[in-house]
Design a protein around this ligand. Structure first.
Ligand SMILES: C[S@@+](CC[C@H](N)C(=O)[O-])C[C@H]1O[C@@H](n2cnc3c(N)ncnc32)[C@H](O)[C@@H]1O
Length: 590
């Protein structure tokens, strides 16, 4: 019998309102490393106080309110004329050398040479900026999707003008009616949640896990998503206080195993991927993550400062009936679109190259790269060019940007964006980036926005839920490690202004991020991790499931949809050290 499809994705989308802007999240940032636990504790205590929260699967909600929205708009039009995205980057003086110990996915460079180059090429990997195969991507740099845009904006405006709030604190309890009014369009879901409330209270004193017979029975029966949904909440309650609520004879891992199976069933993931993503978080935060993957991210655009200023662009779009506001204090070029009377991907301003539709997370690696005027910069995996064109704008069309992509077909959209946005300092090339620096080297800065599994952009491409397997998380890191070494080797150590490499992915797995960075640090002793210069983001893991990484991995930054309402993303920044010859003993050191 066919496995029943989870319905939450569709329903959650109907229910979701606009999303808090990044600065709103940023205001409330705690020590990010502490966040999961603090959040859990906070949630746990709230859940004892408030029945409704006890059963809500942590939907993302907006705290945008009318006065705030108006104020943000007013600020936008008064904002400083100056547009300068260059951030000061803190330097690190200490250099870290690492042991030679290899990890599971490590490989020698000889091994890299031997490996079949056809593996893991562009078709196999995810591009955060690409329109997905189902044609549903809102964030394509090339096209806007009017239908989805309008639907999202309707929800956005509804929330904005209803003054909905993200905080479900006690003092805001009276807002619940308003919230309900908004979400009642999907009343069956709401009703089910109410039913769950009752079930969950009882579940604290009854058995949550299926009996042996129940476990055996479903082999030829589709798992019931309603049972899964209820049990997810029940298991979370048990895990909150396992000593009190755990069933005698059942271990914590029994509950975790059932929870992962239910997550996979309810949200429509393979159990393999559900487990892989689950292990990144505490159980409750994991549910926040899976829920956020059911909700589209805000529609955002980046002002092309080669052609206009953000306030002029905002004014022009407002005149056309677009409701918008700045994304947050961390960017002076981003705008969040709430609603539009016109297709945002076909306005005269769009066609004239005054902006590009670009996910907010996609700004981050370029901000970290901080390219300077008159530098030589390599964007190793550039298509369709969201980041290339931003680099070019930050360099004010000076110097030279080499925009490379291995996929020739994709270089068409890269070239189109470069033309539309008026980037005249850019050269497009079509190499396997592993061939750098043999093709050309000596760059001041290199961006490697690597091909990845796309586990950070599941809201945009739900096919990731079922298409990624164990082999992907061996093959992709293998490719990413090769590309990162090539990126490092392409940088000119004696660059006076730069010497930086930024590595980014739109994936949240450790295999594709910290493990890749840690590998590069061990393979190239002349590099060190430095501050990204990014104002927000969760520090990268310094250890994970028994693996120890370089402690400086805490300088890398992780982004999650449930935490910052941006695509899942990872950013690491390296500085390549000058090699000082030590003639006395013939050795050299960085
Ligand atoms: C995440 S996307 C890049 C998105 C791009 N940086 C942007 O902001 O628009 C990854 C890109 O890597 C390219 N790619 C995959 N394997 C590659 C390789 N070996 N060398 C160069 N590019 C590669 C893919 O074609 C894809 O365009």
């Amino acid at each position: 019998m066919a496995r029943s499809k989870p319905k939450l994705g569709r329903k959650a989308r109907l229910k979701q309102g606009p999303v808090p802007t990044l600065d709103e999240f940023y205001q409330g940032l705690l020590d990010p490393r502490e966040r999961p636990q603090q959040k859990d504790n906070k949630n746990a205590s709230r859940k004892r106080k408030r029945k409704s929260e006890d059963n809500d699967l942590q939907r993302v909600k907006s705290k945008t309110q009318v006065p705030e929205f108006e104020k943000a708009k007013a600020d936008l039009f008064e904002e400083d004329e100056k547009v300068d995205e260059h951030k000061p980057v803190k330097s690190e003086n200490d250099f870290y050398a690492f042991g030679e110990e290899e990890e599971q996915f490590d490989f020698d460079e000889e091994e890299v040479e031997d490996r079949n180059e056809s593996e893991n090429e562009s078709e196999e990997v995810y591009d955060s900026e690409e329109e997905n195969e189902h044609g549903r991507t809102l964030f394509s740099d090339d096209e806007g999707d009017e239908g989805l845009l309008e639907a999202a904006n309707e929800r956005g405006l509804a929330k904005v003008f209803k003054g909905d709030s993200v905080h479900e604190d006690e003092e805001n309890a009276e807002d619940e009616g308003e919230e309900d009014e908004f979400v009642n369009s999907d009343d069956d879901f709401e009703q089910n949640i109410d039913e769950d409330l009752e079930i969950n209270v009882d579940s604290r004193v009854t058995n949550v896990l299926p009996s042996g017979q129940e476990v055996e029975a479903p082999l030829n029966v589709a798992p019931d998503i309603h049972i899964s949904r209820t049990r997810i909440q029940e298991i979370l309650n048990v895990l909150d206080d396992f000593n009190k609520y755990g069933e005698v004879g059942r271990s914590r891992s029994d509950y975790i195993a059932q929870l992962i199976a239910d997550i996979a069933n309810y949200y429509g993931y393979t159990e393999f991927l559900a487990a892989k993503l689950f292990e990144l978080f505490s159980p409750r935060e994991a549910i926040d993550f899976f829920e956020a993957n059911e909700v589209p991210r805000p529609i955002t655009i980046r002002t092309n400062t080669l052609k206009t200023r953000r306030r002029n662009l905002a004014q022009a779009l407002v005149n056309r009936g677009v409701n918008l506001k700045p994304i947050g204090n961390w960017t002076k070029v981003g705008l969040q679109i709430f609603d539009s009377q016109v297709p945002i991907g076909a306005t005269p301003e769009y066609l004239a190259g005054h902006y590009i539709i670009q996910a907010a997370s996609s700004f981050l690696p370029v901000i970290a790269l901080a390219p300077q005027e008159n530098e030589r910069v390599l964007d190793m995996a550039a298509a369709p060019g969201g980041k290339t064109t931003y680099i070019s704008a930050l360099m004010k069309n000076t110097g030279c940007v080499f925009a490379n992509d291995a996929n020739k077909a994709r270089t068409k959209s890269l070239i189109a964006n470069i033309h539309r946005l008026g980037c005249t300092n850019t050269v497009v090339c079509n190499y396997d980036a592993k061939e750098f620096p043999r093709v050309i080297g000596g760059f001041d800065r290199v961006l490697l926005d690597a091909p990845c599994s796309g586990t950070g952009v599941i809201a945009k491409d739900p096919s990731v839920k079922t298409s990624r397997n164990e082999k992907d998380f061996i093959d992709l890191p293998f490719l990413q490690k090769q590309l990162l070494l090539a990126a490092i080797d392409s940088v000119d150590t004696s660059s006076n202004t730069g010497g930086y490499i930024v590595y980014s992915t739109c994936s949240v797995t450790v295999d594709e991020n910290e493990a890749v960075v840690d590998y590069a640090l061990r393979k190239r002793p002349d590099i060190k991790l430095v501050e990204t210069g990014l104002e927000f983001g969760v520090p990268g893991f310094t250890s994970f499931r028994g693996k120890e990484f370089n402690q400086k991995l805490s300088l890398t930054r992780r982004y999650y949809p449930h935490t910052y309402n941006v695509d899942g993303f990872f950013v690491a920044k390296f500085k390549k050290m000058k090699v000082v010859e030590q003639k006395e003993n013939g050795n050299s050191k960085a």
